[in-house]
Design a protein around this ligand. Structure first.
Ligand code: SAM
Length: 219
């Protein structure tokens, strides 16, 4: 059960969390503002309320997690979102990352592989006033019917960068994806330039649940 009440105590804890995320190197004010606005405890059952404002991932059922706030902020910063951008999120999960993207003015397409999470989040997010476009299925091949996108964010660790995703970017579009099969994954940002040139930048290590599906770790 969760009650949708955002108290002064919650707001205070959220402010502290945003300070912590900023101190770890997130500079984009628009990202920090979105983190300040979206009540992360709404994505937790009431009994786990206090965990919502720790900078940690947390179980959300079906063996999945809500990503660590710093990770959400890091990936969102790399996406360089402008209001009105079409963004594809692979791995809807709790809907928290999707809410952050929507809060920044993106038009969000989000796809989830686990039916229970898809059903839960599709019903829940509109109650918070976020109207995303929800899809159920294997997002490891993207969502070609709504391409091209200004940005694609993958919120699960992939074995490699699926070519299908690069093909679904606009020129100038960004793909943010964690890759690797070990305990941690390397974050990459790939930008599509004219003449199909791709610029790839490598960032730090993060820890993600595995991307499943055809271009993921299993089918
Ligand atoms: N963005 C989520 C959030 O804010 O809660 C993070 C969720 S979790 C770290 C990653 C999600 O990716 C899980 O919900 C998992 O079921 C989903 N996932 C894994 N493989 C997938 C695939 N091939 N297509 C779509 N979703 C996938």
């Amino acid at each position: 059960m969760r009650h949708l009440k955002d108290s002064y105590k919650h707001k205070g804890m959220r402010k502290q969390l945003v300070k912590e995320v900023a101190s770890k190197g997130i500079r984009d004010e628009r990202v920090l503002n979105a983190l300040l606005k979206v009540p992360r405890h709404f994505f937790f059952d009431d009994i786990f309320d206090t965990h919502a404002y720790e900078d940690k991932a947390f179980p959300i059922g079906a063996g999945q997690t809500i990503s660590q706030p710093y990770t959400v902020a890091f990936q969102t910063e790399l996406l360089e979102i402008e209001p009105g951008d079409n963004i594809l999120e692979i791995g809807t999960g709790s809907g928290y990352q999707g809410a952050i993207l929507a809060e920044m003015g993106a038009n969000v397409y989000t796809i989830e592989y686990q039916k229970t999470l898809f059903d839960k989040t599709r019903k829940f997010l509109p109650k918070l006033g976020y109207s995303l476009n929800f899809f159920y299925g294997d997002g490891s091949k993207g969502l070609p019917q709504h391409a091209p996108y200004d940005g694609i964010i993958v919120t699960a660790g992939a074995p490699s960068v699926p070519n299908e995703l690069l093909k679904q970017l606009k020129v100038g579009g960004r793909l943010v994806i964690p890759v690797g099969g070990g305990r941690t994954q390397t974050m990459y940002k790939l930008t599509l330039h004219p003449n199909n040139k791709v610029m790839k930048k490598e960032y730090n290590q993060f820890r993600f649940v595995p991307l499943l599906g055809e271009k993921g770790w299993n089918k």
